[in-house]
Design a protein around this ligand. Structure first.
Ligand code: C2E
Ligand code: CA
Ligand code: CA
Length: 668
């Protein structure tokens, strides 16, 4: 009965006595022994000493295990081993006792091939997995690590197994790694995250899972390449392709962040002066080289605390932490002087670059990116208007001025179309002969809502919006028409001077327009004069140079307006077809008041006379000024002392009354 039961068991069973002699075996044990060709083939028979068989073969582990059980040194011996090529067995040896004394042992052998194969396959899978994989026990010791993990961590199993993960990777403590692994370990929550581990210079993508029996499993990948690609994309999206500076998008993000953090800062809105002129005169390639040069300078010259971005076109927006008002000013000065330094790039013509800066402060002038940039932009326009003082801090009243500007911009177009402009005329006087030698045409505009607007204001807006061309052509056409009328009704045959924005000289069709006007109104040579302001950009452009020569050849005179306050590049003046220099009223004003200004005035007169150019002083208001000019050989003047700008009726009345002569009391 007892034999039948143990024979029916699938597990193999043998019982030995304390000496190791086999006492009994079951059928499964006997079958197994028969199948084995090796040393165990006799172990199926009772009476054979099992320990002898083991000691004569290589099964020393089992031999020692059984001895230890028989001696009572261990309560039970357990081992797993492969046998008969593909099969796995587990063997268990437990003692037989009688009245507390060990009298032998039961040996049970179990076929665990299926289970073990699965386990090995799983292990193989883990080993060959393309993901790196490791497991960590409850006490944070590393319990398993696969090949890929060895690769990615540049460490071998021997170096890692059994060690506390935070001892091996101390830099990961207090990091996103620690935070997420702890979540999985303690709260049993799986996590997924991307993190950079600096000591390994690697970006990892990591999944951590709680293990069923405690501890955690971690799957991870090296995602350096993906990050690189992402970085590249991010960089292209956030940087300007020409200057490689941060662009508007990045600027907005950075400022947004500062606003959220409530960190006070100063925003500088920088716009180059006359950049459009450079682009028009020399082409966009030169414009680009100039922008690159400016970008380089700003990066090099400004302290690191500045964030510098290219906002668009020739606009740069910078910001830095607010320190105090003095710092705001000295920074603005620093930025401007960086830009104004002479250019030493052989790819660029000799340009004289200046800029205008508008400044807004956070939180004083706004609490959003848009409001701060708009405020700085408005202040920048004010700086542009106030020539010479090239930076301005935003003030509330400036917003009104922006609205005014927008209104002017809008009505300008209508005014050009509806002839709402008119012109006034200011005589130019030869003080020796005491007679009018010419008149300057000045434009006037009475806005329906805003009233009179100074030409200084609307001309610069018209220049920026491109409406100056239509306006100038209109003025030339109507003035020449009027000129012929005056000739008929009086003996006036002097010159007629019209202000022309230099940028128009870049356009061949404008030059043709001038020629056409001479023909249309039958204007003799030497009568029409255009007044242009000094501007190095223009004087060094060969296109404009050629146009100026064409204009001169056609019998139109060219006067250099506002001489002395602009770029005053004497070597260029000499090479240009210029008939007249008009000295700016700033210098006339210096007479009797400012010796240094007087000295410059005298020098300009000498220069003009030496170059055989006519020289005319503007803004002569007093007898003293007139006399000083006369004494210094400047015989042409213009100014309130003789006449204010006159409207057409006044001018005709004046001509009819006195001809071109002035009453004797004006005679110098
Ligand atoms: P500008 O060409 O220098 O014109 C001379 C300015 O000085 C005129 O101002 C004139 O009224 C003023 N002025 C003349 N004599 C005296 C004087 O004795 N004392 C003082 N304080 N001022 C005197 P306005 O008419 O306001 O013109 C200002 C500027 O606007 C002009 O300066 C010129 O640059 C520009 N502008 C005027 N009309 C036109 C135009 O039709 N086209 C262009 N492109 N610019 C124009
Ligand atoms: Ca003028
Ligand atoms: Ca002038």
């Amino acid at each position: 009965m007892y034999k039948r039961i143990i024979d029916s068991l699938q597990d193999s069973i043998a019982v030995i006595n304390v000496d190791g002699d086999i006492i009994v075996t079951n059928k499964s044990w006997q079958d197994f022994c028969k199948e084995t060709k090796g040393c165990l083939k006799d172990a199926g028979n009772a009476g054979i000493n099992y320990l002898d068989i083991l000691s004569n073969s290589d099964y020393l582990e089992e031999y020692n295990g059984i001895l230890a059980v028989l001696k009572g040194e261990i309560p039970v011996f357990h081992t797993t081993y492969p046998c008969l090529s593909r099969n796995w067995y587990t063997k268990m040896v437990s003692p037989l006792t009688e009245e507390g004394k060990i009298t032998g042992a039961t040996i049970t052998r179990k076929d665990i091939s299926d289970y073990e194969r699965e386990r090995i396959e799983m292990y193989d899978d883990l080993e060959n997995m393309t993901d790196a994989f490791l497991t960590i026990a409850n006490d944070w010791t590393i319990t398993y690590i696969n090949k890929e993990a060895e690769n990615l961590l540049s460490a071998s199993k021997e170096e890692l197994l059994g060690l506390d993960i935070w001892e091996v990777y101390p830099d990961a403590i207090d990091s996103i790694f620690y935070e997420n692994y702890s979540k999985t370990m303690n709260d049993r929550i799986k996590t997924r995250f991307e993190a950079y581990y600096d000591p390994l210079k690697t970006w990892f993508e990591i999944h951590s899972f709680p293990k069923e029996n405690g501890g955690i499993s971690i799957y991870f990948n090296n995602i350096n390449e993906k990050k690189l690609k992402e970085d590249k994309l991010w960089n292209t999206a956030h940087h300007d392709h020409l200057t490689e500076m941060p662009n508007r998008l990045l600027l907005y993000k950075k400022i947004d962040k500062r606003i959220v953090e409530q960190k006070p800062f100063v925003l500088y809105f920088l716009d180059l002066n006359n950049f459009k002129l450079v682009n028009d005169a020399y082409g966009h390639e030169t414009g680009d080289i100039l922008l690159l040069e400016i970008a380089k300078r700003l990066k090099k010259d400004l302290p690191e605390r500045f964030f510098i971005s290219r906002y668009g076109g020739d606009e740069f927006v910078l910001y830095t932490a607010y320190i105090d008002d003095f710092q705001v000013q000295s920074d603005a000065y620093h930025i401007l002087s960086s830009i104004e330094k002479p250019l030493n790039n052989p790819a660029l013509p000799p340009l004289n670059i200046t800029a205008s800066i508008g400044i807004s402060l956070f939180p004083e002038n706004g609490n959003s990116v848009d409001s701060l940039i708009t405020a700085a932009d408005i202040a920048m326009y004010e700086a542009k208007k106030a020539k010479g003082d090239q930076w301005k801090r935003y003030e509330k009243v400036m917003s009104k001025s922006l609205n005014r500007r927008l209104l002017i911009e809008k009505s300008l177009k209508e005014a050009v179309l509806s002839n709402a402009y008119y012109t006034v005329f200011q005589p130019q006087v030869d003080i020796l002969k005491n007679e009018i030698i010419g008149i300057e045409v000045l434009s006037r505009w009475k806005h329906p809502e805003l009233g009179f607007i100074s030409p200084d204001e609307f001309i610069s807006i018209a220049e920026e919006t491109g409406q100056i061309r239509m306006l100038t052509e209109h003025i030339i056409d109507t003035s020449l028409l009027a000129y012929n009328k005056w000739k008929k009704i009086s003996c006036f045959s002097g010159g007629i001077s019209i202000n022309v924005s230099s940028s128009l000289l870049n356009e061949p069709s404008f030059v043709s327009f001038l020629m056409y006007q001479l023909e249309k109104h039958s204007i003799p040579r030497g009568i029409l004069e255009i007044e242009i302001t000094e501007n190095v950009q223009i004087f060094s452009s060969s296109i404009i140079n050629n146009h100026m020569h064409d204009i001169q050849q056609a019998g139109i005179r060219i006067a250099m307006d506002d001489f002395g306050v602009g770029y005053s590049n004497l070597s260029y003046i000499n090479n240009l077809p210029i008939s007249k220099i008009k000295i700016d009223k700033f210098f006339t004003n210096c007479i009797g008041k400012n010796p240094k200004g007087e000295a410059i005035l005298q020098a300009i007169i000498v220069l003009a006379n030496n170059l055989q150019m006519e020289v005319l002083a503007e803004g002569v208001e007093t007898e003293e000024q007139r006399d000083f000019l006369k004494a210094n050989n400047c015989t042409l003047v213009q100014g309130f002392f003789y006449d204010m700008p006159l409207n057409e009726d006044q001018f005709i009345y004046r001509l009819q009354q006195f001809g071109i002569k002035y009453p004797v009391k004006y005679k110098g």
